[in-house]
Write a protein that binds this ligand. Structure first.
Ligand SMILES: [Fe+2]
Ligand SMILES: [Fe+2]
Length: 279
C-alpha cells in the first residue's frame, strides 16, 4: 500500500461562505463544466449518506482496528461533504435554477437503494468511491478548476482531497467482509454506480443548460464554445485519463492505493487544513 493509506483520516469543517454572490458559471466561466459539477452536486448529499450507512452496516464484522478507525474518519468526512453540498442547493435556487426535474427522478432511486441488501449497497459504494477518488485526483492533477470562484474552489478542493484520503475505506471493507466474492461484487457495484452517476450527471447537465437557454442566460454561441473547450487541451487530456483510470477498477488485482496520490496530498492537504477547523 502507498504510505497515504497509513495516515489518520482527519475530519475538517471548512469555512465556506455561500452568502457572498457566486458567479452563475463559476467554473472557468464555462457553463458546461459548471453544470457538470452542479449536476454531481445534486447527487452528493443523499449519495454520501447512502455510502456512510452502507459502510457502517458492516462495521460490526470488521476485526482490523486500523480499518475500523478509518471507517470512523470516512463517516466524519462524508457527513460534512453531504452537509456542505446541501447548503449549495440554496445558491442554485437563488440563481433561479429549478432542481425538481432532477430530484423527482433521483429521490425514488435513493429510496430503492436504501432497500437493497447490505452487500449490494456496499459494492455500489465501493464503485462510487472509485469514481469520486478518480475524479478528485484528476481534477487536481490537471488543474481543471482554472479560474474558479474562490468559495467553489475551497469546496471542491476540500472535497477532492478528502476523497483521496479515504479512497481505500469502502473497498477494504468489501474485501474484508466478502473475501471470496469481492471481485464479482466489485464488478456489479461498479456497473450500477456507473449507471446512476452517468445518467444523473447527464440529466442534471441537460436540465441546467435547458433552463439557461429558456431564460436567455446562455446563447447558442456560448454553448457551442463551452462544448468546444471540452474537446481540446487539458479538458481532452482529462477525459482520456478519466476513462483509463476508471477502467482500472475492473482489473482483478486492483487496489485504490495503486494510484499514488502522495504528491497531490503533500500539495493540497496544508491548503485545505489552513482553510478549515479540524475536529
Ligand atoms: Fe465525499
Ligand atoms: Fe467518498
Amino acid at each position: 500500500m502507498a504510505p497515504e493509506m497509513n495516515s489518520v483520516i482527519s475530519v475538517r469543517r471548512p469555512k465556506l461562505d455561500f452568502d457572498r454572490p457566486i458567479d452563475r458559471f463559476y467554473l472557468d466561466e464555462n457553463p458546461v463544466k459548471t453544470h457538470i459539477f452542479n449536476a454531481l452536486n445534486l447527487l452528493f448529499p443523499d449519495g454520501e449518506r447512502f455510502f456512510v450507512k452502507s459502510v457502517h452496516d458492516h462495521a460490526k464484522d470488521l476485526k482490523d482496528p486500523a480499518l475500523l478507525r478509518d471507517v470512523r474518519g470516512f463517516a466524519g468526512q462524508e457527513g460534512h461533504h453531504a452537509r456542505e453540498h446541501e447548503r449549495f442547493f440554496a445558491v442554485l435556487k437563488q440563481q433561479q435554477y429549478d432542481l425538481s426535474p432532477v430530484q423527482e427522478h433521483f429521490d425514488p432511486v435513493v429510496k430503492l437503494g436504501k432497500r437493497l441488501p447490505r452487500w449490494l449497497r456496499l459494492s455500489i459504494t465501493a464503485g462510487a468511491e472509485h469514481y469520486t477518488a478518480t475524479l478528485a485526483a484528476l481534477l487536481l492533477e490537471h488543474d481543471m478548476l482554472g479560474s474558479c470562484d474562490p468559495t467553489m474552489r475551497d469546496l471542491i478542493e476540500w472535497h477532492a482531497v478528502e476523497e483521496i484520503e479515504h479512497k481505500h475505506v469502502a473497498y477494504d471493507v468489501l474485501v474484508q467482509c466478502y473475501p471470496k466474492t469481492s471481485y464479482p461484487l466489485r464488478l456489479l457495484g461498479f456497473a450500477l454506480a456507473t449507471l446512476v452517476i452517468s445518467s444523473f450527471t447527464l440529466l442534471g447537465l441537460r436540465t441546467f443548460l435547458k433552463q439557461d437557454g429558456r431564460a436567455r442566460r446562455l446563447t447558442r454561441e456560448q454553448y457551442t464554445d463551452a462544448l468546444k473547450t471540452l474537446r481540446t487541451g487539458k479538458e481532452l487530456a482529462f477525459r482520456h485519463s478519466l476513462r483509463r483510470s476508471l477502467l482500472k477498477y475492473l482489473v482483478p488485482g486492483f487496489h485504490p492505493s495503486q494510484q499514488d496520490d502522495r504528491s497531490l496530498l503533500e500539495r493540497f492537504v496544508p491548503l485545505i487544513t489552513q482553510r478549515a477547523v479540524t475536529e
